[in-house]
Design a protein around this ligand. Structure first.
Ligand code: IFM
Length: 440
């Protein structure tokens, strides 16, 4: 059997997000977020599910940290809920909310695990949405104030700071498909303005965090799907390149080049966002790391998108499994931009898991998915891409947004009726990868 070796100091971890696991949606002074409002609106989420209780991590975090220890995680990526700390997004601090994150971080560190914080994983305070959401520029400054507060409180213990998780998904699912909060449909122009403003908020928060402590490592996490041409035909290759630059470059290009790619500007036409003086410089501030979330790819021919791909495997989300596309994407970014160190901040798969009569979850397909993706990332590292760590999505089965609890991404199974956790076979397999720094 071939073995793929990883560097011994590689940061192996797992990731979660506040709204997806915490529950306790209205406890200890937490304010309402747009996801609370969205889930409490009839017909928005599969089976009428909500994050009201989720994995009850707010109360069970000591048990979850014990799980992390069992898995041997070196790092844990989590997000903080803005409305737990600042119930209306600005103004009075909710001391109990801040104290929760203080205890959580202490407990993570006591377990010898490195915390990686994400300040915003989609759960904007409802009060800020009501005053204009991401289109009111005051709110971008409130986000920076929240970032500064968190850095003041936790910056003595947390080194890696992420401003936003997948801002592109906030814009596309929240303002075009409407499948995510706030549930607006088909408003491309608004989505482009939100995209731009999220990057400005990222820039303001980056500056605010560095004003607290210049040694903190600040980054952003982007969701990036591979874009592969359907064949070697130059027309297909050009179509795939054009698709990437006119759409998917929306964050990387401004952040690493300081301007929107001309093909994107052309595609946007009169829907280009309003850009204020100084915005692009804020957006293009030097980053200490880049987080990449990878799940799948899109295949493009000169005639357009091709799906499904005959012979390919698909996950329960309907996403094609194609690990080699991950290596291609990492190389493409590395060859196009001058990148800081990269962390794979999410990668994983939803498959229909069942608890066997022996009480185990034999999730071979997830093991296979992870094995293939770990291998391709290692190959990309050998190609010269500077990848420092890898966070599996997710530590626990959790609330999968519009799909509610119907999709399970965890390496730990959660029985939502009892809140019992069972480490799946993939979790046991991952523990071996971490302990041995190698993949079979
Ligand atoms: O569950 C989500 C996560 O919140 C953001 N990235 C993709 C995951 C799977 O859909």
């Amino acid at each position: 059997m071939n073995k793929i070796l990883f560097p011994v100091n590689f940061t192996w971890g797992a990731a979660t997000a506040a709204y997806q696991i915490e529950g306790a949606w209205n406890e200890d002074g937490r304010g309402e977020s747009i996801w609370d409002r969205f889930c409490h609106t009839h017909g928005k989420i599969t089976n009428g599910d909500t994050g009201d209780q989720a994995c009850d991590h707010y109360h069970r975090y000591p048990e979850d940290i014990a799980l992390m220890r069992q898995l041997g995680l070196k790092a844990y990526r989590f997000s903080t809920s803005w409305s737990r700390v600042l119930p209306t997004g600005q103004g009075p601090i909710n001391a109990a909310g801040l104290a929760f994150y203080d205890r959580l971080v202490d407990a993570i560190m006591a377990a010898n695990i490195e915390p990686f914080i994400t300040l915003h994983h989609w759960d904007m305070p409802q009060a800020l949405y009501d005053n204009g959401g991401w289109t009111n520029r005051d709110n971008l400054h409130y986000f920076a104030d929240y970032a500064a507060l968190m850095a003041k409180t936790l910056g003595d213990r947390i080194r890696h700071w992420t401003t936003f998780n997948e801002p592109g998904v906030i814009a596309s699912e929240g303002y075009i498909s409407g499948e995510h909060a706030p549930g607006i449909k088909n408003n491309d122009k608004l989505a482009r303005q939100v995209t731009h403003n999220l990057m400005v908020a990222h820039g303001l928060a980056t500056r605010a965090i560095r004003e607290i402590d210049t040694t903190l490592q600040v980054g952003i996490v982007l969701s990036q799907w591979g874009i592969d041409p359907a064949s070697d035909d130059p027309a297909d290759i050009t179509a795939a390149d054009d698709a990437w630059y006119s759409g998917d470059s929306a964050f990387l290009h401004p952040i690493f080049r300081g301007h929107y790619h001309p093909l994107l500007v052309q595609a946007a036409g009169d829907e280009m966002p309003q850009i204020m003086p100084g915005d692009m410089a804020l957006i293009a501030q030097k980053l200490d790391f880049l987080g990449i979330n990878f799940y799948s790819r899109t295949v493009i021919s000169a005639q357009g998108k091709i799906a499904p791909i005959p012979g390919s495997e698909y996950t329960e989300m309907g996403w094609e499994v194609c690990a080699p596309s991950f290596r291609r994407l990492l190389n493409r970014f590395n060859n196009t931009y001058h990148l800081p160190p990269i962390y794979i901040t999410e990668n994983g798969a939803a498959f229909p898991d069942v608890v066997s009569p022996d009480g185990s979850i034999h999730d071979e397909r997830r093991i296979d998915y992870l094995r293939q993706h770990f291998t391709q990332v290692r190959l990309a590292m050998q190609d010269g891409v500077d990848v420092r760590g890898y966070f599996v999505w997710s530590l626990l089965d959790n609330f999968e947004w519009g799909h509610g609890y119907s999709k399970r991404f965890g390496i730990t199974y959660v029985d939502y009726a009892t809140q019992k956790r069972i480490i799946k076979d993939s979790g046991k397999w991952y523990a071996n990868v971490i302990a041995s720094s190698q993949v079979d």
